[in-house]
Every structure is written in C-alpha cells, then in structure tokens.
Design a binder for this molecule. Structure first.
Ligand code: DGP
Length: 210
C-alpha cells in the first residue's frame, strides 16, 4: 500500500522571531484539521550530541568553532532515520530551525565561508518549504531580553540576518518570507496557507536532498 508522504516544513529566522510559538500553533492547527503533523526542533538537545551542544550554548563548556559546527550538523543527521520514518507514514514535520540556521550562525563567525558551512549538511532531507520569519533584529531584541546563551547579542544576530539574506537567494529552495512583525494570528494564517500548499504538493513527489 502506498501512502502520501508528509512534507518537511521549516521555520527559520533570528532569535526571538517567534519560530517556536508559530511551529506549535501550526502543528496544532494542522492536527485540528485532520492533517497528521509533528514538531521537530534543532538543536534537539535531548540526545548525547544535543547535550554537548546545549552546554556549549549555555556557556558551560567551550568547543572549537569547526567542531561545534559539525556537532550541530551531526545532531540533524542523527534524527534523519526518524524523520524519514514519519514522512513515509504520511506525517508532516514542522521543523524549528534546520541546516539554514547551521550555515547562518557559523558563517557569521570570522573565517567561515558559506560553502564550507554548507558541506556537512549536503544530503539531508530537503525541506518542501522554508519560511523565514522576518523581523528586524533590533525589534526582536525588544520582544524580550536576550538570555545569557551564546549568540544572543544584537551584533551577532545582525550578522546572522545578513547570512540568511544570502541563503534566501538559492532558487532551489522553496523560500517564503513571512512578515513576523505582525500579530501572532496574522503570521499564523500566512504560515498555515503556505504549509497547506506545500503538503499537497509534496504528497506526489519523492523526498529530495539538500
Ligand atoms: P534555539 O534552541 O532555537 O534557541 O537555538 C539555540 C541557538 O543555537 C540559537 O542561538 C541558534 C543557534 N543554532 C541553531 N542551529 C545552529 C547550528 O546548526 N549551528 C550554529 N552554530 N548555531 C545554531
């Protein structure tokens, strides 16, 4: 028996753009409408690799920059078998950050090219839709104090935003820019519409590769 595959729907953006709130709402609305959907998030901090990343982000340990980049990528790869299993069961995956965060955050550090940063993620399942929640980093900073985690400074988030702008020029990725400065419900409606289109389209196509 063949079943329609699920879609991979990714939300990206700078810190405090509202990704996690919107991912949760999207999963809920899809499920309420009878569309099987589950949330994934990267970094997935519960695995052994995820715990290393988490303590790095909390400034509890220091890791060399190339090393941590590869760990973030490994954290995505270790979830691939589970992601594929769910997709083949017809479950759509709503993913809070993916390889694009990997590239944007590391390449915002001195001495890292976009190309080098992309390499470890080549071959990951390709998202059917990537929505960039666009909000000015200074507006994002006003939404709530940045915490104490590594990367949570305005200067770094500005650099990350610029890297995302470059990544969004890739025509092989279905990027959609969402104005995330609006209220939660308006943003959600846009995200839902794009997602339904992507889920319908994905059903009849094989899972691609980054
Ligand atoms: P979050 O749990 O969504 O708040 O993300 C944790 C932080 O890690 C956030 O500042 C973004 C950053 N981040 C997410 N993915 C990657 C990645 O693959 N590489 C790097 N260097 N940073 C990442």
């Amino acid at each position: 028996m063949t079943c329609r595959r699920g879609a991979i729907i990714v939300l990206e953006g700078v810190d405090k753009a509202g990704k996690t709130t919107q991912c949760k709402k999207l999963v809920q609305t899809l499920q309420d409408n009878g569309v099987p959907a589950e949330m994934f998030r990267f970094p997935e901090r519960t695995t052994k690799i995820g715990q290393l990343i988490s303590s790095y982000l909390e400034n509890k340990n220091n890791l060399e920059d190339h090393t941590v980049h590869l760990l973030f990528s490994a954290n995505r790869w270790e979830l691939v078998p589970l992601m594929k299993e769910k997709l083949e069961q017809g479950i759509s995956l709503v993913v809070d950050r993916y390889a694009f965060s990997g590239v944007a955050f590391t390449s915002a550090k001195p001495g890292f090219s976009l190309d080098w940063c992309m390499n470890p993620d080549v071959g990951l399942p390709k998202p059917d839709l990537v929505m960039f929640l666009k909000v000015n980093p200074s507006e994002a900073a006003r939404r709530g104090q940045y915490g104490t985690e590594r990367y949570e400074t305005s200067a770094f988030q500005n650099a990350v935003q610029q890297r995302f702008e470059k990544l969004m020029k890739d025509p092989t990725i279905n990027w959609q820019v969402i104005d995330a400065a609006r209220n939660i419900e308006d943003v959600h409606t846009d995200i839902m519409n794009h997602s339904v289109n992507a889920i319908n389209k994905a059903a009849n196509t094989p899972i691609g590769e980054l």
